[in-house]
Design a protein around this ligand. Sequence first.
Ligand SMILES: NC(=O)c1ccc[n+]([C@@H]2O[C@H](COP(=O)([O-])OP(=O)(O)OC[C@H]3O[C@@H](n4cnc5c(N)ncnc54)[C@H](OP(=O)(O)O)[C@@H]3O)[C@@H](O)[C@H]2O)c1
Length: 293
Amino acid sequence: MPDVTGPTGCPCRSSILVTGATGNLGREVVDRLQAHGARVRCLVRDQAAPRPGVEWAVGDLTNPAAVRAALVGIDAVFLIWPLLDSAPAHDLVAELIAAAPRVVYLSSTAIDDEASRQSDPIVQVHADMEALLRNAGLCPMVLRSDTLASNARGWIPQLRAGDVVSGPEIARTAVVDERDVADAAVAALLGQHNQLGHGPYLLTGPEVLSRADQVALLGVALRRRLRFQAVTADLARSRMLTDGRPKRLMEALIAASLRRPESNRTTDHVERLTGRPAGTFARWAIDHTAEFR
Ligand SMILES: NC(=O)c1ccc[n+]([C@@H]2O[C@H](COP(=O)([O-])OP(=O)(O)OC[C@H]3O[C@@H](n4cnc5c(N)ncnc54)[C@H](OP(=O)(O)O)[C@@H]3O)[C@@H](O)[C@H]2O)c1
């Protein structure tokens, strides 16, 4: 039986379960919920580094018993689905129906509501998850996020070794600061706005950027002349396999690179949820220079 450990919170506070709590976005969500005084429980696969004031439920999102234990006493769930297949989510949905918390689901702006099939497997799984949650009657609040600025952390090893980021190209899009997405998620989880509907909210940054644009902006922040070098799908494929990426993830990333269309859309939805405009990638780069040195 999975354990739920940690301090017991005041019953008058909202109890929030955060999934993906060790990830780039989840860490920001946890920080903000704590700052708001919420009682926070994290569903984690490996309780490696306990944080003061946070409860830990240890288990995998695909383990119904772990999810059931994690949901006890929970008012709202910040739900991510990092898998490439929505089929294992049916058990999770059954647990959510039984526990009946409010659900805030982190989806993708790349979903095309008019399309019968999405551009690539990563977008398809988000579309499938939205439908699954909705059809189960969970009335999720859906936050569709654009590409997170924190994905740039994947370039750290290359930028510590040299001035070139080399990788597969992907279509330009309005890269969004994960801190803005976290602020929006917290507003949704704590129900700070009476007028919030179920969305979907489209969380974008203020400008449409290519990978080359992002690398150049990192260069400005680091005072270095950096550049992006696109590689062919075949080369990207063989590099990812050498790096030990699972084959299915590698194929999904290649499909996103080849098939995801450019998006010129920027929205004010971050501001609608948080009360302030979305930050720029240039600001993100300045705030994170230490990580790239
Ligand atoms: N990155 C983007 O540009 C983007 C854009 C739109 C939507 N999203 C959605 O946002 C999510 C979070 O993004 P991120 O950049 O913060 O991801 P991330 O840094 O890769 O973090 C992924 C998190 O998911 C957890 N996780 C993975 N598989 C799990 C499983 N089977 N059971 C329980 N937890 C599991 C990981 O835990 P461990 O520490 O145990 O590995 C980690 O906490 C993505 O998974 C995606 O669905 C991302």
